[in-house]
Design a protein around this ligand. Structure first.
Ligand code: C5P
Length: 224
């Protein structure tokens, strides 16, 4: 483990609140943030733009290695995501993009291509990384590993609220189905499936506020 730039990993299924909690914890500690799901989502968007098929592992890996991405953080923490200098913030968050991301994420070539890119986010004073395999594969010697869960119903409701808040038109029923499909695909894939690391702390956020989940993580960090 690199003590100059410790890593906190937060893994879990979609809608478990990983992204929000990771951002809170990173802000509180003044750490860098890696939203690894965004890299898979951006690979899927770039593939669509370049008309690369979502099962062409070699072409997708080449694409993933060369992605021109910029995360523009604002003071209010709203963030713009640029791909090839084009604002793709809304497209990145669409559930249809999540489904395509889940398809490209099944390919070993793509995962290998994104590995070094993800590890490059580890810089002083530290990093909070959220995703599906942060604790199991990308940062196996992280300082602390969290596996964040919540009931399927609550996860669908949270995602629904989040997407509605961004002005997207989605029904709760369709979203629940999409999330279930994606979770199944992510958990059953042969390469880096969604599962807690052996040394992960499981945190069920059902019925808990963002503050209380973030505070629990911060207390665990402070105890180390
Ligand atoms: O977290 P997010 O919903 O943005 O992730 C989109 C998809 O990217 C996931 O459903 C998963 O298939 C893939 N992913 C992954 N490994 C990660 C992060 C995301 O396979 N570390």
């Amino acid at each position: 483990m690199n003590l100059n730039s410790p890593v906190i990993t937060i893994d879990g299924p979609s809608g478990s609140g990983k992204g929000t909690i990771a951002r809170r914890v990173a802000d509180a500690l003044g750490f860098h943030l890696l939203d690894s799901g965004a890299l898979y989502r951006l690979t899927a968007i770039a593939a669509k733009n370049k008309r690369i098929s979502l099962d062409d592992g070699d072409a997708l890996a080449l694409l993933a290695r060369g992605l021109d991405i910029r995360f523009d953080g604002n003071k209010d923490r709203s963030e713009r995501i640029l791909l090839d200098n084009e604002d793709v913030t809304l497209e990145v968050r669409r559930e249809s993009t999540g489904a395509k991301a889940s398809a490209v994420a099944e390919l070993t070539e793509v995962r290998t291509a994104l590995l070094e890119r993800q590890r490059a986010f580890q810089k002083a004073p530290g990093l909070v990384a959220d995703g599906r395999d942060m604790g199991t594969h990308v940062f196996p010697s992280a300082l602390i590993k969290i596996f964040l869960t919540a009931s399927a119903e609550e996860r669908a409701k949270r995602r629904h609220k989040q997407l509605k808040g961004k002005g997207m038109d989605v029904t709760l029923a369709a979203l629940s189905r999409d999330i279930e499909d994606r979770d199944r695909r992510d958990s059953e894939r042969s390469v880096a499936p969604l599962k807690p690391a052996r040394d992960a702390r499981i945190l069920d956020s059902s019925g808990l506020s963002i503050e209380s989940v973030a505070n629990t993580v911060l207390e665990w960090v402070a105890e180390l």
